[in-house]
Each structure stands twice: as C-alpha cells, then as structure tokens.
Design a protein around this ligand. Structure first.
Ligand SMILES: Nc1nc2c(ncn2[C@@H]2O[C@H](COP(=O)(O)OP(=O)(O)OP(=O)(O)O)[C@@H](O)[C@H]2O)c(=O)[nH]1
Ligand SMILES: [Mg+2]
Ligand SMILES: [Zn+2]
Length: 358
C-alpha cells in the first residue's frame, strides 16, 4: 500500500484498485475519482484538487455500451491540464462493485447508478414504506453488486416503540445477520448510530423509495442543508423525485456517501448471483433436487417443492424466490427469448399454484 499516494488512498483507492492499473499507464496518467456526473462533463478529484473533466474523444465514440463510461464513484485515468483546473478522462478502471439498472425499452442497456460502493444503506420509512418483500429484493440486488447492506428504518418519530421493535423482529426473522438501524431526521434519535456506521475511506450509498428521507439524512450528516428535499409528502410516491443528480459527498470524518433518487422500478434492477445469498436455505435445498437444472416449478424429485409441501419453507418465501429467480434468468436472456418465455412461464406458475391449493 505504501506506493499509493495518501490523498487518493483517503478517497478509497486501495491495493485492489492499484492492482488493476497497468504499470506503464501509471507513469502516464493521474488516477482520480469521479465525484459527480453532469450532462457532458464530470467532476474529478485526485485527492488534492477538484477539477472539471471531459471524456477523451475515443472514449465517447467507441464505448460499446454505457457500462464502459464513468459513473459516480468510478476511478479513472486522466490527464490534468492548466495547473489542475481541467482534465481529460482516458479510461475507467475496473470496478469493485457496480449498481446499475436496466433502462426501459427493448434494447438491453443499463443506467449506471454508482460504482465502487462498499456499503449500501437501504432505507425504508417506518410509517408507510416498510415492506419486507421489497427489502428482500433490495438485498438480492446488493449481494449481486458485491456490496454490504445496512438497513435504515427512518421516521421513527411517527410510530410507537412496539411497532419499531416488531418490524426489526420481522427483518431479523428472515435475515438474522443484517444490521438494522432505526432513526429519524426530526429529533435525531438514532442518528448517532448511523454516524458510527460510517467509516473513513469507505464509500456508502443511500437507496430506497422516494420520500423515505434519504436526502434529509444526508443533509443531517453534513450538518448543512446542501441538497433539496421534498417539502410536501407524496403518499403514493408517484410525484417527481426530489433528488435527480448523483454526487459523491465527502463527510467530515472522511467517509464518502452517494445519494440516489428513489427508485420505483426495482424490477429493472440487474440481479443474478445475489439470489443465492438472499435465499440461502432454498439454494441449499435446490442442491438436493433430482435434476441439476430443476426450476422447482413442477419437476419430479424437487427438494424445494417437497419443503414447500411439508411447510419447511413458507409459500410466501417460495413465491418470492421464484419471482426473483425468474427475473434473474430473464436478465440473462435476449429480448426474443424473453417474449416467448414470458407467456409460457406465466401459465406454468398459475397451474402450480392452482394445483397446490386443490
Ligand atoms: N416525520 C419525519 N419526516 C421525515 C423524516 N425524514 C424525512 N422526512 C420528510 O420526508 C420528506 C421526504 O424526504 P427526502 O429526504 O426528500 O426523501 P428522499 O428519500 O430523498 O426522496 P427522493 O429524493 O425523492 O428519493 C420530507 O418532507 C422530509 O422532511 C423523519 O425521520 N421523520
Ligand atoms: Mg432525495
Ligand atoms: Zn427443484
């Protein structure tokens, strides 16, 4: 680690990233982190200076997909000019983790949310937004992206203590290891616990539905209201999002944090291997199925269906698992395969559920 300059080390550049850089390029370029992405420009920091930057032409025109372009939190190789007042980005370094979602439309492309996040705060509000199924879905996405999760339950000022304890209990029942922190932005209860979970040199992001209080928390952590929050509660979350841009904030204690706009379309999240971590017990069962390619829908000798039948796993959890698995498989398929599969799968699930009830 000693050959990594202290300043970029403080921004989270560690040995893992160091090993991704071609030694020849190390001499040619400066290493910098993307703090913000604007329409046609970026803000970078090399630890010493914050500079505005643009992409080198080659990068702009040859990128096969949006995945190759820098996003907030990325490390890049750049040339700095004019006493570090302007920079050109030449390359995005490999990422430790990446949060992305599929863009709507036929072509499979991605919107990058943030890169190189160590820990995600998944926020749900205790009053209206709390939903275990959705929490499970966030967990899958987080595992897939190679990120540690911490759950924040906001607006604890709006519910009685028993309700807070019940909800934490419900989460711990299915995910006992998960760290869960109740807090509120109104009288500051629990804010100390949130602050203590933020470690210098590590990068965090705030995830959760629109209106749960992500930006309000960030403003509280910074000690000044730098960012716009919602002034009117929108019950159904259908209104415009208060947060639209993404930026990496460096807190006083040296922890870094990225706010994100609330996402309603969790179905568009890219999910894959995280499935195994979130549905650990079902994954173990699946290893005992007679067929290695068992879908656990109607196959003979299926250990998952057997566990469902004898009540070892609940129907609700089974349904969630199948739904996530479907999304996960779906994500791997081409568009044409998808259209065919969609109809067939729908019929299959319907017939299984009917069969089970009867
Ligand atoms: N009672 C109560 N209200 C809160 C709390 N935190 C935030 N709010 C309010 O909830 C509303 C939404 O807060 P925001 O911080 O804008 O929510 P957000 O999660 O950033 O929303 P998006 O940016 O749209 O994703 C605002 O009116 C806040 O004042 C809290 O702990 N308790
Ligand atoms: Mg916000
Ligand atoms: Zn099976």
């Amino acid at each position: 680690m000693s050959n990594i300059p202290k300043n970029i080390k403080e921004l989270g550049f560690d040995e893992w990233f160091q090993n991704q850089v071609d030694p020849e390029k190390k001499a040619d370029f400066e290493i910098a982190r993307v703090l913000a992405v604007h329409k046609d420009s970026y803000e970078l920091s090399n630890g010493a200076n914050m500079v505005f930057a643009e992409l080198v032409g080659k990068m702009m025109f040859s990128a096969e997909s949006s995945l190759a372009l820098p996003t907030v939190g990325d490390w890049v190789l750049a040339h700095f000019y004019n006493n570090d007042t302007f920079a050109i980005i030449h390359e995005t370094l490999p990422r430790k983790s990446l949060l992305k979602r599929k863009t709507s439309g036929k072509k499979i492309d991605f919107q990058l949310i943030a890169a190189n996040i160590d820990t995600a705060f998944i926020m749900q509000s205790l009053d209206a937004d709390f939903n275990l199924n959705r929490l499970e879905r966030y967990m899958v996405m987080i595992h897939e992206a190679n990120i540690q999760p911490i759950v924040l339950l906001s607006k604890s000022d709006l519910v009685i203590r028993e309700e807070i304890e019940d909800k934490i209990g419900d989460i711990k029942k299915i995910m006992p290891q998960l760290q869960v922190i109740p807090f509120n932005n109104k009288n500051g209860d629990g804010l100390g616990d949130v602050k203590r979970s933020l470690k210098p040199g590590f990068t965090y992001c705030l995830l959760g539905s629109s209106g749960v209080g992500k930006t309000t928390l960030l403003n509280n952590l910074m000690g000044e209201p730098l960012f716009k929050t919602k002034t009117i509660r929108e019950k159904d979350g259908k209104g415009r999002h208060a947060t639209t841009s993404r930026q990496l904030i460096i807190l006083d204690n040296g922890a870094m944090i990225i706010d994100t706009p609330g996402m309603r379309e969790l179905g568009n999240m890219a999910v894959d291997s995280g499935l195994a971590d979130t549905f650990h017990e079902i994954t173990l069962l699946a290893e005992q199925c007679r067929y290695s390619d068992c879908r656990h829908i109607n196959e003979a000798g299926c250990a998952v269906l057997a566990a469902l039948e004898d009540g070892t796993i609940s129907e609700k959890r089974y349904r969630n698992y199948i739904k996530m698995k479907k999304e996960s498989d779906y994500y791997e398929m081409s568009y044409h395969e998808k259209r065919k599969k969609d109809k067939a799968f729908g019929r299959l699930v319907k017939s299984v559920m009917k069969h089970k009830k009867g």
